[in-house]
Design a protein around this ligand. Structure first.
Ligand SMILES: Nc1ncnc2c1ncn2[C@@H]1O[C@H](COP(=O)(O)OP(=O)(O)OP(=O)(O)O)[C@@H](O)[C@H]1O
Ligand SMILES: [Mg+2]
Length: 361
């Protein structure tokens, strides 16, 4: 079987501003009908990457291919308007003096009849046919967003670049519009590169997540894998709160108050961090100063005292001050359980859910 050609392929893009590297050696591929999310904190280079692909900014090195054809390297450059790339940004400005239908048809050239048919088709698809003659100020934020999507899709772009397009919408509206948008983009077989700094949004929307930090892609893969097999402590912390327990390696093992943890391949004497998410800490009752017996899976229990417990709807977030070193650990537990501050409880760390990373630096 022939390997399919990616709709978008980016090889080793690098961009410097005043000698400072803001995008470094970024490579990405997106297949038709698929969504890749560029996820990372503010300032890590997401928008700059998108602008280079759109062609409104030049890279210092690297290449961009669309359907296997080179569209840009450091010598050759297809202008932005001939790249068949649609753009949708957070501040998607509709033209205020044009009607909804005129906005959607704005980027279309050619005969009147097919143009009108495409506009009608898209307005129908985004559920706004009845508003075709309305003006942007007569629409809600969510409706305007859908017009912007229809406008971006009208010329049948092969690739859609979206930069935080949903961040201006309130939460409940956002979920619905995100799902609708994805359905439409998949139906149109568009390859989507979506920028966000919200892990929930990335996990909800992406077929693949490219996690960026300081201009580089540090991890790339399906949401499930990126969440469940983080490359390092920061990658893990980007997706959820974490707890860190420190130890030193001796004979490929780290001894902690929670029992031994495997540290395969880590040299003796190296400091490591055992990192665990709050939802994977197990809690047990105090039995006159004694906890449950150690098990191979849960390791040894260590005692702590509830410092603070907050009810947050589907669960409770409990902070413990640990007896052995006074450190704080966080655990989330089902909301039926809301212990009082001062209550002693025993904590266990699920070995199959923790990660052992060599200490940074
Ligand atoms: N035109 C420019 N001149 C100089 N520096 C720039 C320019 N554009 C961006 N930068 C810098 O490049 C870095 C990356 O910016 P970029 O806009 O790509 O970040 P981002 O990941 O999109 O962040 P955010 O999530 O806040 O939008 C930032 O430190 C920014 O200050
Ligand atoms: Mg940005």
């Amino acid at each position: 079987m022939q390997t399919p050609i990616p709709r978008l392929q980016v090889n080793n893009l690098t961009r410097r501003y005043d000698g400072r590297v803001v995008v470094e050696d970024v490579s990405l591929r997106v297949m038709p009908g698929k969504v890749t999310c560029l996820l990372g904190p503010s300032g890590c280079g997401k928008s700059t990457t998108l602008r280079m692909i759109a062609g409104v900014e030049m890279q210092d090195s690297g290449e961009i291919h669309v359907d296997g054809n080179l569209i840009c390297d450091t010598v050759f450059r297809v202008p932005p308007e001939r790249r068949h790339i649609g753009l949708m940004f957070q501040d998607f400005a509709l033209f205020p003096h044009l009607s909804v239908a005129q906005n959607v048809g704005f980027g279309l050239s050619g005969d009147k009849a097919p143009k009108a048919a495409r506009v009608a088709e898209l307005l129908d698809r985004v559920g706004l046919s009845q508003y075709h003659a309305a003006y942007p100020h007569e629409l809600s934020g969510g409706e305007q967003q859908r017009v912007a999507l229809a406008r971006a899709l009208a010329p049948r772009p092969r690739i859609m670049l979206m930069d935080e397009p949903f961040s201006g919408l309130d939460n409940r509206l956002r979920d619905g519009i995100r799902d609708d948008t994805l359905d439409i983009l998949r139906e149109e077989d568009t390859a989507v590169l979506l920028v966000t700094h919200e892990p929930e949004e990335a996990m909800r929307m992406a077929d693949e997540i490219a996690l960026m930090r300081d201009g580089r892609i540090v991890q790339q893969g399906a949401p499930y894998n990126v969440y469940n097999a983080p490359v390092d402590r920061s990658a893990m912390a980007f997706f959820s709160e974490i707890n860190v327990i420190r130890g030193r390696v001796q004979g490929a093992l780290t001894e902690t108050p929670f029992g031994h943890f495997l540290a395969p391949g880590v040299p003796d004497g190296q400091e490591v961090e055992i990192v665990i998410r709050p939802q994977h800490i197990k809690i047990d009752f105090d039995r006159h100063g004694r906890g449950p017996n150690p098990t191979p899976q849960d390791g040894a229990p260590a005692r702590g005292v509830v410092e603070r417990a907050r009810f947050i709807g589907s669960e409770s977030l409990v902070e413990f001050r640990m007896d052995h070193d006074g450190s704080l650990l966080k655990a989330t537990v089902p909301n039926v359980f809301l212990p009082k501050p001062g209550k002693p409880l025993w904590l266990m760390i699920r070995r199959d859910r923790c990660f052992v990373f060599p200490k940074d630096g």
